[in-house]
Ligand binder design. Structure first.
Ligand code: ATP
Ligand code: MG
Length: 572
């Protein structure tokens, strides 16, 4: 492909809307263009890279035995009613009506469609296991679309779904997908780490996310360097030492005018935040429930929601708090509270603590939780972070940031129940199929590659996903001898299956060098009158500063060797 015949414009300055480096680079290198918030057009170079990522995903899905299908993005809302997700998806799902006033959705995901499909197609254990996948556009009305392709309203996902006869068989399908994911991200040159993850609204018991570590990542990952335990912060657990609090005197009220927050209380009582018991009143599917955590910790709403098997968990409004505690916001406490009270496990045995008195401007001291309050259950409720100890080995953990590029779930029978997806077993019995689902954000993965692989000058593409393997710079387009060398090289490389992008513009060499670095193809070849006079073309890797002057007749062999080496390094 030739620059002068390609719809490409590189930009010198960072686009205003871009906050993170990969987003800036994608726009500056002319890979994507913004239509509106969360909506992007793929330009020719961007599309080539995207297609290479898609192809790697496709090859590995096929290799793992999954079959490619393509389902409609437009789905009848009825299906979502049937699974019970029409309510839980909320405004994140694009809804519309057809001309007959039937409610439709633009698919944010396809569990419903695929389960209904399989329920109709499979009826015998002989047809199982079965895994299908598609690479398709998904729609999600994200609250905050941002970071370019990372969180878009319309994006490309590879979603796969497995159907099995039993939980054990489903584990085998899950493992096959897990291993395919490891291979996919390796082949894309990405270092992506599997971590334990929350299952959220999709349901199911167990899941792993594949995370690309990056400071710009939206997810917190708790990581134990000692034993390898790693989990999304939404799910991460910690080891808790048993408390050895001494007995304390009976509770006593203390006036605390206007001291509502833990900071206010620390200032008032002159002690550490951990001496307080924070009491949070929540509405759990509309009913008030209290959660207790140590004053220096935060409640993990994902854990709380999962614990209570709730559809919706939200902090109670002022009126509810006044009604259930008898006090304005900031003075709630577990003593005498007549709603269910769940406490973090680290508060088991807590004594001589301070907490709200359920009376305005008042706290109580000398609280012994077991003695003075009724706790429904002690559970793991807090957000785990840096310096917490590993639940497996007890060593200190670290907190990192990550970009979720893939997610694998064991779903069990949640959807096969809703859609009566059953099969006849070898004993002639009708049984529910056991399901798994597996997503990869293809467009997000593409951008994550850049987030992980770039320098101050631009993108550094892994050879497997680069829009072109070789950038061939024609420095003197008007010199017929140089043009002839470039033509020959271009054709010879193409004949070897190596894709080449020829910069044939009438631009200064400096401009071409800068753009080649920005676009970031792995190998740069420079053909100019000066170099040819010295004996050949300059061949250089994007990752190194120095070039080799290679005689024209040896160039193709030398470049092929570099491509082989780069490819081998990726597949190692
Ligand atoms: P997130 O937590 O980032 O919102 P999710 O957990 O809702 O993502 P899944 O339902 O697991 O996403 O979707 C599978 C994959 O699709 C994700 O791992 C991610 O790579 C990608 N993805 C999800 N939402 C978006 C989006 N708005 N833009 C681009 N990619 C996305
Ligand atoms: Mg996810």
């Amino acid at each position: 492909m030739r620059w002068t015949r390609t719809l490409i414009a590189t930009l010198r300055d960072d686009p205003q809307e871009a906050e993170i480096v990969s987003h800036k680079l994608m726009v500056r290198a002319g890979l994507i263009r913004r239509l509106a918030g969360g909506l992007y057009t793929f330009m020719p170079l961007g599309l080539r890279a995207l297609q290479k990522v898609s192809q790697i995903v496709r090859e590995e899905m096929d290799r793992a035995g999954a079959q490619e299908i393509l389902m409609p993005a437009l789905q009848p809302a009825e299906l979502w009613e049937r699974s019970g997700r029409l309510a839980t998806m909320g405004p994140g799902m694009f809804r519309l009506k057809d001309r007959a006033e039937r409610l439709m959705a633009l698919g944010p995901t396809h569990e419903e469609v695929v389960t209904q499909l399989i329920a109709g197609e499979i009826n015998s254990y002989r047809q199982l296991p079965c895994t299908v996948y598609q690479i398709q556009t998904k729609f999600r009305d994200e609250i905050r679309p941002r970071f370019g392709l990372m969180r878009a309203k319309e994006f490309i996902m590879k979603d796969a779904y497995s159907f099995d006869t039993s939980l054990e068989a489903a584990d085998v399908s899950y493992q096959a997908m897990y291993e395919a994911y490891v291979r996919i991200f390796n082949r894309c040159g990405l270092s992506a780490r599997p971590v334990e993850a929350d299952t959220g609204d999709i349901g199911g018991k167990w899941s792993h996310e594949f995370m690309v570590l990056a400071d710009s990542g939206e997810d917190g990952i708790v990581d134990c360097p000692a034993c390898g335990y790693a989990a999304n912060q939404e799910r991460a657990e910690r080891a808790v030492a048993a408390l050895a609090d001494a007995a304390c005197p009976p509770v006593a009220e203390v006036a605390t005018p206007n001291a509502r927050t833990i900071d206010d209380l620390v200032a008032h009582f002159q002690c550490g935040a951990e001496r307080f018991i924070k009491t949070l009143v929540y509405l759990v599917d509309g009913k008030p429930v209290a959660a207790l955590v140590p004053g220096n910790r935060d409640l993990n709403e994902h854990k709380f929601k999962r614990l209570l098997n709730a559809k919706k968990v939200e902090l109670a409004d002022e009126a509810t708090i006044l009604k259930v505690t008898g006090a304005p916001v900031g003075f709630a406490g577990p003593v005498g509270l007549a709603i269910p009270v769940y406490a973090d496990q680290s508060l088991k045995g807590a004594s001589d603590r301070t907490t709200g008195a359920n009376r305005a401007d008042t706290h109580i001291v000398h609280v012994d939780l077991a003695r003075d309050a009724t706790v429904t259950a002690f559970e793991d409720l807090v957000i785990v972070g840096a310096d917490d100890t590993c639940p497996h080995c007890g060593k200190v953990m670290q907190l990192k940031r990550g970009i979720e590029v893939g997610h694998v779930f064991k779903l069990g029978t949640k959807y096969t129940e809703s859609f009566e997806a059953k099969y006849l077993s070898d004993k002639g019995q009708s049984e529910l199929m056991v399901m798994g689902c597996y997503g990869i954000g293809v467009t997000r993965t593409l951008q994550a590659i850049i987030e992980q692989s770039h320098d101050a000058d631009g993108i550094i593409w892994p050879v497997s996903v680069a829009p072109f393997t070789v950038s061939l710079l024609l420095l003197d387009p008007k010199d017929p001898a140089v043009s002839a060398v470039v033509d020959t090289l271009e054709k010879a490389l193409q004949a070897r299956g190596i894709d080449v992008f020829v910069d044939d513009r009438e631009e200064r060499p400096g401009v071409k060098f800068k753009d080649a670095d920005l676009i970031g193809c792995p190998i740069r070849v420079v053909a100019g009158a000066k170099g040819l006079a010295k004996g050949g073309v300059e061949v250089k890797l994007r990752t190194s500063k120095a070039f080799d002057l290679v005689p024209v007749e040896d160039a193709v062999t030398a470049i092929s060797k570099l491509v082989e080496d780069l490819t081998a390094a990726l597949n190692r």
